[in-house]
Design a protein around this ligand. Structure first.
Ligand SMILES: Cc1ncc(COP(=O)(O)O)c(C=O)c1O
Length: 399
């Protein structure tokens, strides 16, 4: 089989044979090591976007490579007709770290959202057929399936596919009065990201999340936290809802991106009250939780435990570095985030900065048009932050 390596042929083939839904950067990556990546021409890049928050241990992590090699030689996939040795131990690890009881394994964030919606719907219906409303937030992002865009509070993701699931109400993030007005006896679920990712790295207020918990309890609705981007170590704790003490516990938590270090694996994790909304035969997945993905995820959780302190330390250092730059460059209007989920709000569109940084050897992206978003691997050091800062400084000066 012909293997195209020249940039032109890769791009031409994609233009001819792929759905034209992505606006890719003109970069063909070939290999990686830790937080470093090389393109097909051998040029090196520091990766501060990590496959949109997926490559939490960077590339080529020796322990991950070793378990993939070993497990691939033993067993990759069996379907969920049978047990494999890893789903149970992995679900126990998730229960221990999350405080929630039961997990369902999916293949992506969107699929986790989709399953959580089925749980919410089934929960509501078991109480009253009229209890089907879902309250979600403006500016949110929950994935690309019809269910997920139904609760995604950004018109650009929804407009071409309407009408969507009925009964969804959107309230502005952190508007407690609007939340109180939206939730009632017909509400089956309330969904939110503790830190909105696609929406511009926007953390919610603790008081808002606490009120959502109280309203869910009052009206017997399920509270679902989407931790697909903001969870599983990225905020410097296992899950973003653990940032405040005491924690505001959800009934359902969805997560995905970093869990299997680049293999497709997502989770829906629920307390017993929410878990009983799914009974035998009501939901399933052919690939979800296969032996390879589940074993890698188990290894990832083992490694993650020791990384949490440095995620906080290096994340704080990075934010401080960016705040230092904000003093010099007044187009940086805010620097925010937790752990290694970092956003820098600009007074102008950020796309050009992203492109110039890429040419200088730094990968990141821009979300919500004006927010530089950094989701680096959890293994980065202060020295690598300094390297990134030098490139940013060079680009900011030029801009
Ligand atoms: C908060 C959030 N929810 C859901 C998704 C969808 O996940 P996936 O792209 O894996 O389907 C994303 C993806 O970026 C996300 O950030």
């Amino acid at each position: 089989m012909e293997t195209p390596t020249a940039t032109a042929s890769v791009v031409d083939l994609e233009k001819q044979y792929l759905l034209q839904n992505y606006a890719r950067y003109p970069l063909i990556l070939h290999r990686g090591d830790g937080p470093w990546m090389w393109d097909v021409d051998g040029k090196r890049y520091l990766d501060f976007i990590a496959g949109i928050g997926v490559n939490a241990l960077g590339q080529n992590h020796p322990r991950i490579v070793e378990v993939i090699r070993e497990q691939a030689g033993l067993l990759i996939h069996t379907s969920n007709l049978y047990y494999n040795e890893y789903q149970g131990p992995l679900a126990r690890r998730i229960a221990e770290t999350s405080g929630l009881a039961r997990t369902f394994f999916t293949n992506s964030g969107t699929e986790s959202t989709e399953g959580s919606l089925k749980m919410i719907k089934s929960h509501g219906r078991s109480i009253d057929p009229e209890k089907y409303e879902i309250v979600s937030l403006e500016n949110s992002f929950h994935g690309r399936s019809l269910g997920a865009i139904s609760i995604t509070g950004q018109i650009k993701y929804r407009q071409d596919f309407e009408p969507l699931i009925p009964g969804v109400k959107f309230v502005p993030p952190n508007d407690i009065a609007a939340l109180e007005a939206a939730v009632n006896d017909r509400t089956a679920g309330i969904c939110m990201e503790w830190i909105q990712g696609e929406g511009g790295v926007m953390p919610l207020d603790d008081a808002f999340c606490l009120r959502a918990r109280e309203l869910a309890d009052k009206y017997d609705a399920l509270l679902c936290f989407d931790e697909i981007q903001c969870g599983v170590g990225r905020p410097g704790v296992y899950y973003a809802y653990q940032l405040p003490t005491p924690h505001v516990m959800p009934d359902i938590m969805t997560a995905a991106k970093p869990i299997a270090c680049g293999l497709p694996l997502g989770i829906i994790t629920a307390n017993e009250r929410a878990a009983k909304s799914i009974r035998p035969g009501m939901h399933g997945s052919t690939f979800g939780g296969n032996a390879l993905g589940a074993r890698v995820a188990l290894e990832f959780f083992d490694i993650l435990e020791d990384l949490l302190p440095s995620i906080n330390r290096v994340g704080d250092y990075f934010r401080e570095t960016l705040r230092g730059m904000a003093k010099k460059y007044d187009f940086i209007t805010d620097v925010r985030g937790y752990g290694l989920m970092v956003g820098a709000e600009l007074a102008m569109p950020g796309k050009e900065i992203v492109i110039q940084a890429m040419h200088e050897g730094l990968l990141m992206n821009c979300t919500h048009d004006t927010v530089l978003r950094f989701l680096p691997p959890y293994i980065i050091t202060e020295a690598e932050v300094d390297y990134a800062a030098e490139i940013l400084e060079k680009v900011f000066k030029r801009i």
